[in-house]
Design a protein around this ligand. Structure first.
Ligand code: ADP
Length: 441
């Protein structure tokens, strides 16, 4: 087992990893941007190193500075959390070159799956349905041809996009001509690669995903499924486990597809296979080769500690192949710092008190600042009950007790969602929240 793990992340996920390390009796090293010196995760780590100024680019994305801290501290492994460098094949490779275990799959596997167009080609080869579309294209004429073949609306996506960014719905050739270069430029700046690809835009679908874990000997565990259809700007807001809409036959089909996808991969660690589900068909969307924000709903229904297990598997521990049984129904809502129009709200958390009957994963405490440099997540609020109905009722009580002052949040929207008859009846799709907010698609 590792002796000391450096956590290449911040906020709630850094604290989540520290908790798992405590359980395994592993020392922790935090790295932080100057402005986060007094943050909870820095206080709770055994050691902490400042790695740069405030922007993500100069701190949590600064590979060299993070590796320097890892080597100075004598850490033997690096946990990347989610976001930042979690799916950065180069960083994983640099860790290995420095003699550090990167807690995630091999660099080549990360590289294959980080390229969403290449991942779709791989899925197709494995006999798994993908959303109709084309491979990455660099010229506008070819894109126009593919779009005409697919029929508008289509979605233009950055091959290396993530976090809900780098995708645009196009409803006509006119829009394609106008948007193509803009999206390419955005992709070049945000993801350092301007490759884009087209997909048929699904006007009604649900986002359903499977949590997987594989060890170094190729033993594969399927750890249940999740539904994450409630999204704003393609970012998840409410996540549930299991995906209650699925029949036994559909779930068996989903798991069979998951096995087909995993069978051709030399994969070690935790991962998530994401699908869109439309008209009783699953379409592979992408694979995330890391811990997900929403992993905790799976922990609540399977009774596992996914981060502890992830670390154990990275250290070489073997698992038994199989499908984990799950019990009850868990829901997570993301309490986000949010201003009008869904933009990030910043400022001081003057009051920040949450209901004690729920699981709350947060990186903040009262008096902390929500900074403009990072993501909007303030807290994940989670409940588990024997049924979905009871879980919704409990979450409603939890949300009533949230006291948060000083910054704008999406608390009112979360409360509104839980009370909506269509949400309660599970009649949702990936466009549900956009309609609710009156967003243009
Ligand atoms: P990211 O890697 O940024 O999370 P994904 O490719 O996983 O991007 O897609 C995120 C979300 O965007 C999906 O869950 C879905 O709601 C929406 N989306 C993606 N592709 C399509 C599509 N072809 N049609 C409709 N919605 C889509």
């Amino acid at each position: 087992m590792f002796k000391k793990i450096l956590i290449a992340n911040r906020g709630e996920v850094a604290l989540r990893i520290i908790r798992a390390c405590h359980q395994l009796n592993i020392a922790t090293v935090a790295v932080y941007a100057q402005v986060e010196q007094t943050s909870l995760f820095v206080q709770q780590a055994d050691e902490a190193y400042c790695i740069g100024p405030n922007t993500a680019q100069s701190s949590y994305l600064n590979r060299e500075a993070i590796l320097m801290a890892a080597l100075l501290s004598g850490a033997d492994a690096v946990h990347p959390g989610y976001g930042f460098l979690a799916e950065d094949a180069l960083f994983a490779k640099m860790c290995a070159e420095c003699g550090l275990t990167f807690i995630g799959p091999q660099p080549a596997t990360i590289a294959l799956l980080a390229d969403k167009a290449a991942a779709k080609t791989y899925a197709h080869k494995q006999g798994v349905p993908v959303i109709p579309g084309g491979s990455a294209l660099k010229d506008e004429a070819a894109l126009r041809q593919t779009a005409a073949y697919l029929g508008y609306p289509v979605m233009l996506k950055a091959s290396f996009g993530g976090g809900g960014k780098g995708m645009r719905v196009l409803s006509s050739e006119h829009e394609l001509r106008h948007q193509y270069h803009l999206i390419q430029e955005e992709a070049r700046q945000a993801f350092l690669n301007d490759a884009v690809y087209l997909e048929k835009y699904l006007t009604s679908a649900r986002h359903i995903e499977v949590q997987v874990l594989q060890d170094q000997a190729g033993h594969l565990q399927l750890l249940g499924d999740r539904e994450c259809s409630l999204q704003r700007n393609h970012q998840k807001v409410v996540e549930e486990s299991p995906a209650a809409i699925l029949t036994t036959v559909e779930r068996a089909k989903l798991y069979q597809l998951a096995r087909q996808l995993m069978s051709g991969l030399d994969y070690v660690g935790l991962g998530t296979l994401e699908f869109l589900f439309a008209e009783h068909q699953f379409y592979f969307l992408e694979m995330n080769t890391r811990l997900q924000v929403e992993h905790a709903v799976t922990e609540m229904t399977t009774g596992m500690d996914l981060v502890v297990t992830q670390i154990e598997v990275a250290a070489g521990q073997l698992i038994k192949s199989g499908t984990k049984t799950f019990k009850g129904h868990a829901i997570e809502v993301r309490l986000n710092a949010q201003a009008e129009g869904g933009l990030l709200a910043t400022g001081k958390l003057e009051t920040f008190r949450l209901f004690t009957g729920a699981r709350v994963d947060t990186g903040y405490q009262e008096g902390d600042q929500i900074l403009p440099y990072y993501d909007a997540l303030v807290a994940k609020i989670l409940v588990k009950q024997p049924t979905r109905k009871k879980a919704i009722e409990k979450l409603q009580r939890c949300l009533q007790h949230v006291q948060i002052k000083g910054i704008g949040t999406n608390l009112a929207t979360l409360t509104q969602i839980m009370a909506l008859p269509n949400y309660q009846a599970n009649l949702v799709d990936i466009h549900f929240l956009a309609h609710l907010a009156g967003d243009a698609q």
